[in-house]
Design a protein. Structure first.
Length: 209
């Protein structure tokens, strides 16, 4: 008699769905410490133990300031918001304290490419209000101190021109300079001739007894 086929049997395995890993419980103080030391700024992860976060160029942020706050005070707020240490050797990047040797500084850029460094005694909010509300006219940037090169208005008004136009400006300025030099030389030549003639008249005059 043929034997009845036994139904196939599969070895039972532990379902992955049934596996539940219990996380390690943390005390409230540890949870607060983790939240304080881990940040996500503009989508970038920052960990105070492993890295120093540097915002991307052109990153925009807002801070609440008033007209009595000076440049170092505004810098402190900006660096604290971006979690950037105000000094490379500072141990706590979340508490930046701008100093006289602080490597960061503020600079204002204007529509004509003029760039002015805000001094420690300046009031950034007042300086910004004086330029008007349009951001296309004036902006305030947070920059490294050794990279800030002030550009005066006299220089900034020529930056937008092409090199051939700038060369023509230089040529016209040189021609004008030559004309002024020749004019001064003629004027002093006439004065010298007049002085020499007067000296000759005095020397040829009657001698006093």
């Amino acid at each position: 008699r043929p034997q009845a086929e036994e139904p196939p049997q599969l070895m039972r395995t532990r379902s992955d769905v049934g596996v539940r890993r219990r996380g390690s419980s943390r005390t409230p103080s540890e949870q607060r410490r983790i939240r304080r030391h881990r940040f996500s700024i503009n989508g970038h992860f920052y960990n105070h133990k492993t890295s120093v976060f540097t915002p991307a160029y052109g990153s925009v942020t807002n801070v609440r300031i008033n007209s009595t706050m000076t440049t170092p005070q505004v810098l402190k707020l900006l660096l604290n918001k971006f979690k950037v240490p105000s000094h490379p050797t500072q141990p706590n990047p979340t508490q930046p304290i701008p100093r006289s040797d602080d490597p960061m500084t503020s600079a204002g850029a204007f529509a004509v490419a003029e760039k002015q460094k805000l001094r420690a005694s300046d009031y950034p909010l007042i300086a910004r209000i004086l330029q008007g509300p349009c951001e296309q006219v004036s902006k305030v940037f947070l920059m490294e101190k050794d990279q800030v090169e002030e550009v005066t208005y006299d220089v900034a008004q020529y930056i937008k021109f092409e090199m051939p136009v700038l060369r023509s400006f230089i040529q016209k300025l040189e021609e004008e300079e030559d004309r002024e030099v020749k004019k001064l030389m003629r004027r002093y030549s006439i004065l010298r001739l007049m002085i020499e003639q007067r000296l000759e008249e005095i020397s040829e005059g009657p001698t006093a007894m």
